[in-house]
Design a protein around this ligand. Structure first.
Ligand SMILES: [Zn+2]
Length: 279
């Protein structure tokens, strides 16, 4: 048995089958989507686009998006192979969004929360001015509403096309979270594959609870860069969730199908989560 015959064919009917990026198994796309983009053969968690993340996290029909009027600008007239302005336009066309962060309010198993999601499909979920501003606004909204904030990350890091302005977002988001925590706010960071660079080095790592999806790559510089720099072999599983849990950087690993229920369970134990559930 198997799909050897199909695998040899160059043209697999468009979108009917999806190849697992980890074990290479061919999965019926419908089954793959139903399984929340987790490989049924090996359990690998593929990156999901932002809207799908909201769909599998929020109670149906409860997500109300905010801050949709913020749009990125090409302040530096940055050009690598193509101009940043053109890249933004393409990403907007592809995703139907203005930038890589989707934020709003919703309920998760009846708990009122503020939810912010980084969309890897929009320029690798990179954090520029708009992403940082949306996150800071979302954190402030959570404070105003006295609700927990849940942040899902999937990101290549700071957006180099915006230069120092993108790096400033690291400080801004951390400051917002610090202010929120000092006022009694509760935050959960969920790091998914991959969460790297300036995102790992800022808001994603300073929430009250840090959760990882299984086998997610989480780190600052990538393993190859580190290996080339220190000229040493890296330990097995380096920068994967399981390694980080062992070292204490993550509090828990939760598989995608269990994520929603786990968040709800955590919220039941937090005073603000409880208060708002009965409201
Ligand atoms: Zn697989």
């Amino acid at each position: 048995m198997g799909w050897g015959r199909l695998r040899k064919k160059k043209d697999i009917p468009g979108g009917l089958w999806t190849k697992c990026k980890d074990c290479g198994a061919l999965i019926y796309t419908k089954e793959f989507v139903q399984n929340m983009h987790v490989c049924p053969k090996c359990g690998f968690h593929h990156t999901v686009f932002g809207r799908r993340r909201i769909e599998i996290t929020a109670d149906p029909g409860t997500f109300a998006e905010r801050f949709t009027d913020l749009r990125p600008t090409d302040r530096l007239d940055f050009v690598d192979t193509v101009s940043y302005a053109e890249k933004i336009e393409k990403a907007q066309e592809k995703t139907g969004q203005t930038d890589a962060c989707i934020a709003g309010t919703c309920q998760i198993e009846g708990h009122d929360v503020v939810l912010a999601v980084l969309d890897f499909c929009f320029m690798g979920g990179s954090m520029g001015e708009v992403v940082g501003e949306k996150l800071a606004l979302a954190i402030e909204l959570a404070e105003e509403l006295k609700q927990p904030i849940i942040i899902f990350s999937a990101s290549g890091g700071a957006r180099m096309h915006e230069g120092a302005i993108s790096l400033m977002q690291m400080a801004k988001t951390c400051a917002a979270l610090q202010k929120f925590a000092a006022a009694g706010g509760f935050s959960i960071s969920i790091m998914t594959n991959p969460t790297t660079g300036g995102v790992t080095a800022s808001f994603a790592s300073v929430c009250d609870l840090m959760i990882g999806e299984p086998k997610a790559l989480i780190g600052f510089a990538g393993p190859r860069v580190i290996q080339n720099t220190i000229q040493q072999d890296l330990p097995e599983g380096f920068q994967r969730s399981e390694f980080l849990l062992e070292k204490g950087q993550l509090d828990k690993i939760v598989s995608r199908p269990d994520m929603r229920a786990m968040i709800a369970q955590i919220l039941r134990y937090t005073p603000r989560g409880r208060n708002h559930q009965s409201a």
